[in-house]
Design a protein around this ligand. Structure first.
Ligand code: ASP
Ligand code: MG
Length: 408
């Protein structure tokens, strides 16, 4: 008998009808003799609704501990309703909050990390033939306080439970039917991938793909849990995220990710001296602004130009900070652009092949697209281009790297 952890996201449980459909799906698996632990999110929009209530109540930053007590209620609603739906179908079920399972976390409210899972209650219930329904996104600290794991945290709950229970597979049911070669809304010829490696999925998640929470992918990779992304609404095998195997499709480029939330800033004419990079970036970090790509160029007159990207929401704030830095360093000027995007090609196949970067640049050049910045890692190449070229770039690269065809 196999053990599966099934996770259902907010859109899969956002109405009575959908919860009933989820219950049907679980019952089918149960009827085949598998043990099922279902992890559910709050109904879609509910966590946002609760967050705005808290903000109305406490205009300044709401107290984190109380925030967790509030936010955890969303999942408590869906676990009980799903258990009821299962029982109605003649499928015995039992719901658990994170604390009731005993998903022990640290005390970092609103972004807690799981330390340990006690599998005793769940195993006993499975032994009795029950489906176990667990609230995602929440746990309890060693003092008994309710904690939450950060937005999208139900994926992490599911993976952590799969690790603890040594589940055969962890299924993430969502509103898309798998991981695609790129976003089908931008390139309709995008193709669902049968398989993708953990490394590629991690890159994709950090580059802006929202299919899976990045922490969940890290966790699954670390413990080698077979993770599958599937649709709650459509039949199909979804995408398996796994370690590279010899029979794995060997594309040079597996997928194209992009991120529209980018902005870039440049400070020019900076004296080229030791410590300059830290003098520019420390004040930015002090404001809690995350920096992504960084480029430094040495000019002939022994000054340097320094460019970096930030989230578009942080653009104005970064510009203010940088203007002060510019005065302090006696640099020339600060310029910036918040209508840029980052496009990345990702693939473990790149590791063993030269010339992929130049190929990528040529494809963009042939379309007359100017590349503003470049950064690379072992398995990805990212470029920054003007926002207006996003669709054109993605489609041209998708075609050039043969992503619409099945690879062998
Ligand atoms: N309900 C939480 C959120 O919206 C957790 C989750 O959905 O994974 O972030
Ligand atoms: Mg969610």
């Amino acid at each position: 008998m196999a053990v599966f952890v099934y996770k259902f996201g907010g859109t899969s449980v956002d109405s009575v009808e959908r919860i009933k459909a989820v219950a049907e799906k679980i019952k089918q698996a149960r009827d085949q003799g598998d043990d099922i632990v279902a992890v559910v999110s709050a109904m879609s929009g509910e966590t946002n609704r609760l967050t705005s209530l808290a903000k109305e109540m406490q205009q300044q930053q709401p107290i984190d501990r109380e925030m967790d007590v509030l936010l955890s209620t969303g999942e408590q609603v869906t676990i009980s309703l799903l258990s009821m739906a299962l029982i109605d179908l003649g499928c015995p079920a039992c719901s658990y909050t994170g604390g009731q399972v005993r998903i022990l976390t640290d005390s970092m409210h609103t972004k807690a990390r799981i330390r340990e899972i006690d599998d005793k209650n769940i195993k006993a219930d499975l032994g009795k033939g029950n489906v176990v329904v667990v609230a995602g996104f929440q746990g309890i600290d060693d003092k008994g306080n309710i904690t939450t794991l950060g937005r999208g945290g139900s994926d992490t709950t599911a993976v952590a439970l799969a690790v603890a229970l040594k589940a055969d597979e962890c299924h993430i049911y969502t509103d898309v039917d798998g991981v695609y070669t790129t976003d089908p809304r931008v390139e309709p010829k995008a193709r669902r991938l049968e398989k993708i490696t953990f490394e590629e999925m991690l890159e994709m998640a950090s580059l802006g793909s929202k299919v899976l929470q990045i922490r969940a992918v890290e966790f699954a990779g670390k413990y080698n849990v077979a993770l599958r992304v599937l649709s709650s609404f459509k039949e199909g095998g979804g995408t398996l995220i796994t370690y590279e195997e010899s029979q794995m499709e060997r594309a040079l480029v597996s997928a194209i990710a992009f991120n529209r939330d980018e902005a870039k800033l440049t400070i020019t004419g900076v004296p080229d001296l030791p410590g300059v990079a830290s003098k520019i970036l420390c004040p930015i970090a002090d404001k809690n602004i995350e920096v992504d790509m960084i480029i430094q160029n040495i000019a002939a007159d022994s000054t340097t130009d320094f460019t970096f990207t930030v989230h578009r929401n942080d653009y104005q704030k970064s510009k203010e900070v940088l203007k002060q830095v510019c005065r302090d360093l006696g640099a020339k000027q600060v310029t910036g652009d918040d209508s840029i995007v980052k496009i990345s090609i990702v693939g473990v196949g790149m590791r063993s092949h030269a010339g992929i970067a130049s190929n990528m640049f040529k494809v963009l050049a042939d379309e007359g697209i100017n590349i503003r910045m470049i950064s690379t890692s072992e398995i990805k190449i990212s470029v920054v281009v003007d926002e207006k070229y996003l669709e054109l770039s993605v489609r041209a690269l998708h075609e050039a790297f043969g992503l619409e065809k099945e690879n062998v």
